[in-house]
Design a binder for this molecule. Structure first.
Ligand code: AMP
Ligand code: ZN
Length: 427
């Protein structure tokens, strides 16, 4: 039996999927014109005769959302709105998104697809360690898991000893967790003297922040589970936009709900499948707040070809980073995830790290603090120096610059609640 939730929509042919997209695009467009923003932006367009014609529409950005705060993009009467969420940005006016009852139901359906696609069923016990408040991660998965029929534990973030106790006592089989928190929680298991491999846990959904393939494999090995990459953003709905299937080879974008383009972030030109650029998304079914050509700032590429699972919904590659997270060090472009990848390749390197950038004279200096594992942590100066040389070599071959490296004791780098903040630019 194939693991799926909505066979009809998950297994459309490419032709049927594109036909459906065009119908939905036009319907969505009529709906969007009811918002203050699109009533002006769309005054010169009357319909789309092909999907390609979407390129006539100007992009929208987070700044547009902020400038039209709070209700400028809302396309339904306020009485139809039933939920508000906000994005996890910590500065300035927050971006706020709205949902009708149908939007919430569609969102739960999408999460149910993601969960079922990765083997989730009503027999599962699901612990959701994401915040269940303004951010979309917690409640998004909550309703999806209930739809699948899982016994759902809305635990929320933090309180590791209690998280672990719940996982053990209730035989949790599926967890939704930030990758950085999964790494941190492992220390909690070690403190409690419990090997997570002895739990019933078999699946984790990890996402909401960039992480490397190397970090995913570490999580899989530490816990003895499968960890699936989950991508989403509040402007589309939250999690449930793109998700890995069992083949773990890129994340399927649910293309009957989101029209995806990858553009050159500088020229705005649409790139062919396979080329790396910025992901641009259009909602196709959102009622409350439809968005056309939203610039996500997330850098990725569409993986050409059809997945082994048979779904034609195209896949995006693991997010490389956000265009605004790129570090320019003495003129060389680097993404934090490259640093993570280089660190995780070295045996003896632990579960957390942080990156500082300093100005030394006229030059930028990359300073990396990396935790050791319990096993590699030692007083032996010679061993530490050897390990440090390996780390520097690994970083040098990935980044082509020579960093300063500090190896620190396990669990000594502070972990704050929410998405990990790893880069501290001191310039
Ligand atoms: P928010 O709107 O606050 O939920 O944040 C959405 C942003 O989180 C996205 O635009 C991405 O930058 C990031 N994000 C979400 N999921 C992933 C993922 N699986 N991998 C990397 N970054 C992600
Ligand atoms: Zn697949």
């Amino acid at each position: 039996m194939i693991d799926c939730w909505d066979k009809t929509n998950e297994f459309l042919t490419r032709e049927k999927l594109e036909e459906k997209q065009l119908v939905l695009l036009n319907k969505n467009f009529q709906n969007a014109k009811k918002s203050t923003y699109y009533s002006k932006a769309f005054s010169k367009i009357d319909k789309f005769s092909s999907l390609k014609e979407i390129e006539k529409v100007p992009f929208v950005t987070k700044d547009d959302l902020r400038e039209n705060f709070p209700y400028g993009f809302v396309s339904v009467p306020k009485s139809e709105l039933v939920r508000l969420h906000s994005s996890s940005g910590t500065t300035g006016t927050p971006t706020v998104v709205f949902y009708t009852k149908k939007d919430l139901d569609d969102w739960a359906e999408l999460i149910a697809r993601c969960m079922a696609m990765t083997g989730g069923t009503k027999e599962d016990v699901f612990q959701n360690t994401m915040g269940h408040g303004l951010f979309t991660g917690g409640l998004g998965f909550h309703y999806g898991a209930e739809k699948v029929g899982m016994l759902t534990i809305p635990f929320g973030p933090g309180n590791s000893p209690r998280q672990i106790w719940f996982m053990k006592e209730f035989g949790v089989t599926v967890a939704h967790i930030l990758p950085s928190y999964a790494m941190h929680l492992y220390s909690g298991f070690a403190e409690a003297g419990i090997d997570p491999k002895e739990l019933k846990l078999k699946t984790a959904y990890i996402g909401a922040e960039p992480h490397s393939e190397e970090m995913r494999s570490q999580i899989e090995q530490l816990y003895g589970i499968k960890a699936y990459n989950s991508y989403g953003l509040s402007e589309m709905c939250g999690p449930g936009v793109a998700f890995e299937c069992k083949y773990q080879n890129g994340m399927h974008i649910w293309e009957d709900h989101f029209y995806a383009e990858v553009i050159d972030p500088v020229t705005g030109k649409v790139l062919p499948d396979g080329e790396e650029g910025e992901l641009v998304l259009t909602t196709l079914q959102k009622e409350a707040m439809p968005l056309f050509r939203y610039r996500t700032k997330d850098l990725t590429r569409i993986i050409p070809g059809v997945c082994e699972c048979g779904r034609v919904h195209r896949r995006i590659e693991r997010i490389k980073g956000r265009s605004d997270d790129m570090l320019i060090l003495n003129g060389v472009n680097t993404f934090p995830i490259q640093i993570e990848k280089a660190l995780m390749k070295v045996e003896g390197i632990g579960r957390n790290y942080k990156i500082e950038i300093h100005k030394r004279g006229y030059m930028d200096k990359l300073v990396v603090y990396s935790e050791l594992t319990e096993e590699s942590f030692t007083d032996n100066f010679k061993d530490l120096e050897q390990l440090k040389c390996k780390v520097i070599e690994s970083l040098k071959s990935e980044l082509l610059i020579t960093p300063e490296v500090h190896l620190v004791r396990p669990d000594s780098i502070e972990v704050l609640p929410g998405k990990a903040k790893r880069v501290f630019d001191m310039r």
